[in-house]
Each structure stands twice: as structure tokens, then as C-alpha cells.
Write a protein that binds this ligand. Structure first.
Ligand code: FES
Ligand code: FES
Length: 174
């Protein structure tokens, strides 16, 4: 028997969306399958890889650990919404400049985690950056270029304006 569906409404990448979801549906699958935002990758489904990281009210969260119903009333930002006013977010520019990716599978999550870090902890030193990356599994880069990209994004952010508008200060979930 099909589960009863629950009405939710949230703001995704600045756009109001409404939906009817099964209570057990994960946010990652709501974004991908219901909204077509396939930039959010699912690598493990068990809260280990971080490829599914999005911002939930400013908090970097693994969207495979959040139910869609828990996002009801929240602001969600995915990698598709990371650019600002048509310009790449500093982490997007920096990942390109510093070659912070190879196969690209972890990259959406890496970008969202890095954006949270750069916007909320702009002075994070290398040790803090590496600690923040603890919840991200990248099989390709060895992390060195990701760390360099985040440091480059910190510098770029200092030259530009505000962090992601309208999003609360937040932490990171691992
Ligand atoms: S798919 Fe969510 S942590 Fe791997
Ligand atoms: S770039 Fe391939 S997993 Fe990170």
C-alpha cells in the first residue's frame, strides 16, 4: 500500500516550490527526482561521501541524511543555485583555477561545503579547512588542490561582496 503523502513547501535556489512527498523520501531524492536538480550527487546514501551536500538554511548538510519533510519551510541551495547574479561563486572560480576536481563526482558536494566554509569562516586556516573536508570523500584529487582552491576562494571572497544572501549562519554536519 502506498504511503500517505505529505505537503511541503520550501525555497530552492530562491524559487518557491510545493510538493507532495512520501514521509520517508530523502531530500537528496526530492531535489534530484522531483525537482530535476541532478547536480546534487548521491554517492553512498549512507552519510559518508558528502557528494550530496547542500545548504539548508545556511547549514551545510548531507541531503541523504535529511528527509524532504524536514526541509519544509526551509531555504535550500544546491550547486545549481551557487552562482551569484549570474557570476560564479568564488569557490566555482577557484576550483577551476586550482584544478580542484578530476572526475567531478564529488564536486557538487565539495563546492557546497567549500562555499559554506568560505562564506562563514573566511579566515579558516589550512588545518581548519582540512578538518572541514573530513566529511567529504574525493577519490581523485588527494585533496591538495581542493585545499588550494578553498584558500584561493577565500582570497577571491575578500575582493567581492556578501556571502550567499538571505541564508542564516550555519555549521556543517558530518
Ligand atoms: S550520498 Fe549523501 S553522504 Fe554520500
Ligand atoms: S574529483 Fe573525482 S571523486 Fe572527487
Amino acid at each position: 500500500m502506498a504511503e500517505e503523502r505529505v505537503a511541503i513547501q520550501l525555497i530552492v535556489n530562491g524559487r518557491a516550490v510545493r510538493g507532495q512527498v512520501e514521509p520517508r523520501m530523502l531530500l537528496a531524492y526530492y531535489l534530484r527526482d522531483e525537482l530535476g536538480l541532478t547536480g546534487t550527487h548521491v554517492g553512498c546514501d549512507t552519510s559518508q561521501c558528502g557528494a550530496c551536500t547542500v545548504l539548508l538554511d545556511g547549514l551545510a548538510v548531507k541531503s541523504c541524511t535529511v528527509l524532504a519533510v524536514q526541509a519544509d519551510g526551509c531555504h535550500v541551495t544546491t550547486v545549481e543555485g551557487l552562482a551569484e547574479d549570474g557570476q560564479p561563486h568564488p569557490v566555482q572560480q577557484a576550483f577551476q583555477e586550482e584544478h580542484g576536481l578530476q572526475c567531478g563526482f564529488c564536486t557538487p558536494g565539495a563546492l557546497m561545503l567549500s562555499a559554506w566554509l568560505v562564506d562563514h569562516h573566511p579566515q579558516a586556516d589550512e588545518a581548519a579547512i582540512r578538518e572541514a573536508l573530513d566529511g567529504l570523500i574525493c577519490r581523485c584529487t588527494g585533496y591538495e588542490n581542493i585545499v588550494r582552491a578553498i584558500q584561493r576562494a577565500q582570497a577571491l571572497r575578500q575582493e567581492t561582496a556578501e556571502p550567499l544572501a538571505g541564508r542564516a549562519q550555519g555549521g556543517v554536519s558530518r
